[in-house]
Structures are given as structure tokens and as C-alpha cells.
Design a protein around this ligand. Structure first.
Ligand code: 8IG
Length: 277
């Protein structure tokens, strides 16, 4: 049935870290850049930042690199880019996200993050499009992630790996982002499995337990980034008000359109933040 070739991450006896090191080696070979200092995962609405942060040295289809899966969503770009920043450092731009709702297992979800760490990145910038719970937020607004609540009932950590998640979303990086744009608000990101959006009752639950943003991607990735020793900056583009917060139903088309119209502004913002790192 499936035409997809086998992925070594699906073999439980192989180490996902070893596969990530192999992937990082392939990236170094194909880009000619031995070390990438920072990495960015660009979610819905953020893709243009790749063009603004520096000079693209190489673009590789993600599926040419071991462990990466083909993207599931039309409109998601499945590429990895090596970008030289104005300060001479190198950024690995990940335009290929595997979502938890794709049911390929959590190892595949966090492979790009582990690969970025193996490629040398000490800062991981995770961006996404998400729903907003705070009534004061409007579609098209970027917000910082201050913390998360992981409602996937899963973890990228295997075995008895106890990792501290205090200050997971680095205060230093959030402060730095606000030096670039003092108006940036922040909130707690709640990761649901998806791919359905929440019911209004689920959004009320998320609000009651302390959430401000609802999404389907970033919490699991952030945990893996912390395990790998990276400093994490999380940013959400509020593409829609969460179900029941807005009187109108959610539509994927509207979400895409909000992302498209906000893209130039938030991508320029992200480029300025990267320049300030
Ligand atoms: I874009 O309202 C986007 N992604 N869970 N809820 C969840 N994920 C999202 C939403 C949303 N909007």
C-alpha cells in the first residue's frame, strides 16, 4: 500500500540520537557547512523568515536526509535550508515538520530537533500557527510562548529520562525578543493531538488549566530540544481565535489566509530577533 521507504526511526532497537547524528552528517556534507549554530522550525505563516535572516547557502529536500518524512499537509514546505547570517554564523532552517497527529510516532516528530542539535545548534527557535484563547488577541498577531501544557499524553523521551522543564522557553531569549518588539505578548501553549481543532468545551478546559494558545506541534519538540541541551525560543502566530472564543467556526482556509497576510510582518520580526541573538 504505502510507497514510502522504511524509516530507521521506526526500528525501536536503533538509537534516535545515532540516526540524528547520521542526518547531521548528511546535512554537513550536502550544505558544505560543518556546524549550524542555531536552528529554526518555521510553521504556518513564518516561512518567509528564511529569506530574510541571511544568505541561503543550500536548500535540500528533507526527504534526502535520513529519518525525515514527507510532509503531510499541502502548503507545508518539506525542505531544509542552510543560511549564513550577517554575523557569519549559520542557521539551519527546518521547513519540514512531522506532526504528532500524522501517527508516525514521536521519534519522527522530534527528529528535526535532534538533528539540529547534532548539527551543532545551541538555540532552537520553534514557530507555529495556533489558536488564541485570550480575547485581546487578534488573528495575525505573533506571541511568545512562555510555557506549555502537553496534552498529548506522550513524550519524546524514552525510558527513565527525567528532564527538568523549568524555564523550558528561555527567559533570556524571550527578553531578547521583547527588546526587538516591546509589544510582544506571551502565553502558555497547550498542545492537543489534533488534527481536529478543539471543541469550545476543550478550549474552556485549556483556559481553565492556565492555557492561552492552542496548537498541535511545539510542546513535544521543545521537550526534545531541552533534552538535547538547546535553549528554546517559542513563537506562535495567532491565526485564529480558538473555537468558541470567536463566534464563527474555524476554517482551514481562513487559517491559511491569516498566515499569508501576517507573513511579511512576522517574518521580518523573526529576522530581527535572529539578528539580535
Ligand atoms: I493554525 O485553533 C491553528 N492550529 N489545536 N487549535 C489547535 N491548533 C491550531 C489552531 C487551533 N489553529
Amino acid at each position: 500500500m504505502s510507497s514510502e521507504v522504511s524509516n530507521p526511526l521506526d526500528q525501536p532497537d536503533l538509537s534516535p540520537f545515532e540516526i540524528a547524528r547520521e542526518a547531521a552528517g548528511q546535512i554537513a556534507e550536502k550544505t558544505g557547512i560543518e556546524k549550524h549554530d542555531i536552528a529554526l522550525t518555521l510553521g504556518s505563516g513564518w516561512a518567509k523568515a528564511a529569506d530574510l535572516i541571511g544568505e541561503t547557502i543550500a536548500t535540500i529536500p528533507a526527504t534526502d536526509i535520513v529519518g525525515f518524512s514527507a510532509p503531510a499537509v499541502v502548503g507545508h514546505v518539506g525542505s531544509l535550508r542552510s543560511v549564513r547570517l550577517p554575523n557569519g554564523k549559520h542557521a539551519l532552517v527546518i521547513g519540514a515538520r512531522t506532526h504528532y497527529y500524522e501517527n508516525h510516532g514521536v521519534r519522527r516528530v522530534v527528529h528535526s530537533v535532534r538533528t539540529a542539535a547534532a548539527a551543532g545548534a545551541s538555540v532552537m527557535i520553534l514557530t507555529n500557527g495556533a489558536g488564541g484563547i485570550r480575547e485581546t488577541w487578534t488573528p495575525g498577531q505573533p506571541v511568545l510562548i512562555s510555557d506549555h501544557i502537553n496534552l498529548t499524553a506522550n513524550s519524546p523521551l524514552e525510558g527513565a529520562t527525567f528532564i527538568d522543564l523549568t524555564d523550558l522557553y528561555s527567559r533570556r531569549l524571550r527578553d531578547l525578543a521583547r527588546e526587538v518588539d516591546a509589544s510582544l505578548d506571551e502565553g502558555v501553549y497547550v498542545q492537543f493531538r489534533g488534527p481536529h481543532y478543539e471543541t469550545p468545551a476543550e478550549v474552556q478546559m485549556a483556559k481553565t488549566i492556565g492555557g492561552h494558545i492552542v496548537g498541535m506541534s511545539t510542546a513535544l519538540e521543545a521537550i526534545a530540544a531541552r533534552e538535547a541541551g538547546m535553549e528554546v525560543l517559542g513563537m506562535s502566530l495567532i491565526t485564529n481565535l480558538a473555537a468558541g472564543i470567536s463566534p464563527t467556526p474555524l476554517s482551514h482556509a481562513e487559517v491559511i489566509e491569516a498566515g499569508r497576510s501576517a507573513e511579511p510582518v512576522i517574518s521580518a520580526l523573526l529576522a530581527r530577533i535572529v539578528a539580535a541573538l
